[in-house]
Every structure is written in C-alpha cells, then in structure tokens.
Design a protein around this ligand. Structure first.
Ligand SMILES: CNCCCN(C)c1ncc(F)c(N2CC(C(=O)NCc3cnc4ccccn34)C2)n1
Length: 409
C-alpha cells in the first residue's frame, strides 16, 4: 500500500519536472506557440509547407540503446494481446490513481483499422533482449474539415509509456517517429487530445457524467453522496424509464448507412472543426459493434425517413484497489444528430438504452450541442478537461467547445 503511494508520489514529482521538458519539446514543433496567441498577422492554416518526400528522413529515429521499434499488426492475436496488456496496466489514470482506462481488444481493432489505415502507423517500442512491449503510439488517417477546408490528417492516440520507463524521455522520440511515418504518406497535419495543457489548445472541453448506477459510483469513489442526500434518494433521483419513449427509435443497420451519412454530414457542417465522413467512414465508425460502439436512429413511422441519430462508445475503466468492484462500465457520447426529435428526448433514450445494457455511467464532452441537454438530463461536471490540438495547423483563436464537432476515442 505505502510503496504504491510512494510510487505515485514519485510519478507526480517526475510529471511536474517533465512539464518544462514537455514545453521545451513542443517549442521545437510546428504547433501554435503560446507567444503567438491572438497575433492577427499570423494566417490560419498550415504553419510549415510540406517537405518533398525525398527529403523526409528515410530511416527511423534512434531509440535509447536497449530498445527497438516494432510495427504492430493489431490484427495479429498475440500482438493485440501485448498492446491490450500494456495499455491496461500503463495508460491514462485519473489524478487520484483510482481508475485506469481499460480499452478492450475489439475496441482497439475498431479504433485502429478505419478505412485507409496504415499498419506502419501502429508503432510499438520493445526491449531488444526480452522483446517485452514497453511503449506504444498510433496514428490513423482522417479527413478533418477546418472551416471550409478539408485537410488530410493523422489522428494521433494511445501514446503510452510503461510506468517504469517514464524518465527515459521516450515520448518525444515516439512522437517524432510517428510524425516521420505520417510524412512518408504525404500527410502534414495531425489532431490529438490530452488531459494536460501543451502549446496550444485549439479547444478545451469539459467532461460531464450522468450516473446510471449511483450506488456503485459512490461505492467506488467515482462520485460522492450529495449534501443532504441519502443513498435511496440518490438512486431515485437518477432512475430512468424501463424502455425508450421515441416512436421509431431502433438500432442502426447496414442498410441505413446512406441515410445516416446524409444526416451526419449535414449536421456536422455547422461546426468549425469536424470529420468529413463519407459512407465508408460511417459504416466503420457508426455501425453497431457489440461492446465497442452502439448507434440508434429514429425512422419516422409515417414517412420511413431517418430523422435523428445517437451513438456512444464503450470504454471501461479498471477500478484500482477496490475490494468489491474491478471494472467501471462507462459509455461515452459519440455523434448525435437531431432534426425531428428534440435532442433532450433523443439523449434521454440513449441514457435509457445504456442503463438497460448495465452501464454504470454515461460520459459526454460539452462539444457540439451537448450543453443543451447536460444539466437537464442530470449530468454533473467532471474533474477532467480534454484539450484538443492540431499539429502544423494554426487556428487564430481557440474555439468554443460548442464549435467543435470532433470526438476522438
Ligand atoms: C482521445 N483520448 C481521450 C479519451 C481519453 N479520455 C476518455 C479521457 N481523457 C481525459 C480525461 F480527463 C477523461 N475523463 C473522462 C472523465 C472521467 O471519467 N474521469 C474519471 C475516470 C474514470 N476512469 C478514468 C480513467 C482515466 C482518467 C479518468 N478516469 C475524465 N477521459
């Protein structure tokens, strides 16, 4: 118990030390710099021009001696196992080290194999002798519109270094290596998020949580009993109907892809930054996959028109050191569109389905039009902020979270 606490303390000291090392690294990169914020003379758009492919570094960056690069074929069962285990033991935790994300193997295969993906962008670091996987970083291709320009980008995610190697300065060289491999595919921009501040957020979003199983959430320390509230009063407060209320509300199916694509393209056009989804993207990202992504739509019983859509992805968290529970079952709001059903009612149906499927909590960022339902559907503000970043693309002013139409996994 005590040496775990000591370990966490040592990690916090290390993290605070590495804050300025982090900024030193990012000041060498083509990203918006703090000193440039609000500078009207700097144009929006790419910061550096593309490099001729012949001039892109052809060979991988050097790792510290004991380690080697490994290109990870996530489709390979054993490789997928190794990546799953590295993340399950070493990926993002909350500030109090009570929870750690536990992305499932089927989720990772979904997240990393969208249309047009590159295996070369799934990069591992392993110990030369033991072949143990000790670090990971990924990119996937995405067409992201910024205002009225669609840009080919890489979405960077799952940067993870083993807890015992956090002082080895592996992250900067991993970021440079994935950037190099993205450049080799003639892509010069990227999008990524972090719970920490780096130069320079393009938007800062707030997490909100809607309790579905309040007793468990209080037992595991995710939430606290409200002042002047009893447990039975709290359970009653968050109670939901047994079944959804919207006529025509049903799971999305493969034949709905064209209609959902039209619906979501039209809806996302109102946001300053949003994915430019085509039918292949919609089929991959929004068709239901058990325990990975759930999506529902409203088909008008009269006209059979698809008028609304809602979706959430499944990202459980390991509960660290609790005797009674090992996993927090969390749903994360993904993309939602309402044109006929009030968004409030549509999202309440999403909560009802999530409760039916035994989720403990439904999380949502305050992006898109989510603010319009959060308070009324009894979401509470979380302690986590999520900062969005663009690489090699300047946005003159940070966006409001409601101007953001992009959800990363
Ligand atoms: C693109 N990649 C970002 C996704 C990673 N995501 C989901 C994330 N990034 C930073 C956060 F601040 C955050 N939060 C969800 C809120 C929350 O649920 N906080 C309690 C909690 C339960 N489990 C965990 C595990 C890790 C951290 C907090 N946890 C805060 N989520």
């Amino acid at each position: 118990e005590s040496d775990l606490a000591l370990d966490n303390l040592a990690q916090k000291v290390q993290e605070s030390l590495s804050l300025d090392q982090r900024h030193k690294f990012w000041e060498t990169q083509p990203v918006g710099q703090f000193k440039d914020i609000g500078n009207p003379t700097l144009p929006e758009g790419p910061i550096e021009p593309p490099t001729p492919l012949s001039e892109v570094k052809q060979e991988p960056y050097n790792l510290p001696n004991l380690y080697e690069w490994v290109t990870c074929d996530i489709h390979d069962e054993q490789m997928c196992d190794e990546i799953y285990t590295l993340l399950a033991n070493n990926y993002v935790e909350d500030d109090e080290n009570m929870f750690r994300f536990n992305y499932s193997k089927e989720f990772l295969r979904w997240a990393l194999q969208p249309p047009g993906y590159f295996t070369a962008w799934h990069i591992g670091v392993r110990v030369k002798t033991s072949k143990k996987m000790v670090a990971f970083i990924t990119g996937i291709p995405a067409r992201i519109r910024v205002r009225d320009e669609v840009v080919n980008m890489a979405e960077i995610n799952f940067l993870c270094v083993h807890k015992k190697l956090r002082t080895k300065r592996l992250a900067p060289v991993m970021i440079k290596e994935v950037t190099r491999r993205v450049h080799l595919e003639n892509i010069w921009q990227a999008a990524y998020t972090a719970g920490v501040i780096l130069p320079t957020p393009v938007a800062t979003c707030q997490y909100w949580h809607r309790s579905l199983n309040p007793k468990k959430l209080i037992d595991v320390g995710f939430s606290r009993l409200g002042a002047r509230m009893t447990m039975s009063r709290t359970i009653k407060l968050y109670k939901l109907p047994e079944s959804t209320v919207t006529p025509g509300f049903r799971k999305m199916e493969i034949h709905d892809v064209p209609a959902v694509t039209r619906l979501i393209r039209n809806y996302l056009s109102q946001f300053i930054v949003a994915p430019d989804f085509d039918e292949n993207d919609v089929e991959h990202w929004l068709l239901p996959r058990e325990n990975v992504v759930d999506s529902y739509l409203v088909e008008s019983p009269e006209t059979h028109e698809v008028t609304d859509f809602c979706s959430f992805y499944t990202l459980p968290s390991s509960i660290l050191g609790n005797p009674n529970y090992s996993t927090l079952k969390a749903a994360y709001s993904f993309y939602n569109v309402s044109t006929a059903t009030p968004l409030l009612q549509l999202m309440n149906d999403a909560l009802i389905v999530a409760k039916q499927k035994d989720y403990d909590v439904f999380n949502a960022l305050d992006v898109m039009q989510n603010e319009s339902f959060l308070k009324e559907l009894k979401f509470g503000p979380g302690d986590g902020k999520l900062h969005y970043y663009l690489y090699n693309y300047r946005v003159r002013h940070a966006l409001k979270s409601s101007e953001l139409g992009l959800v990363l996994l």
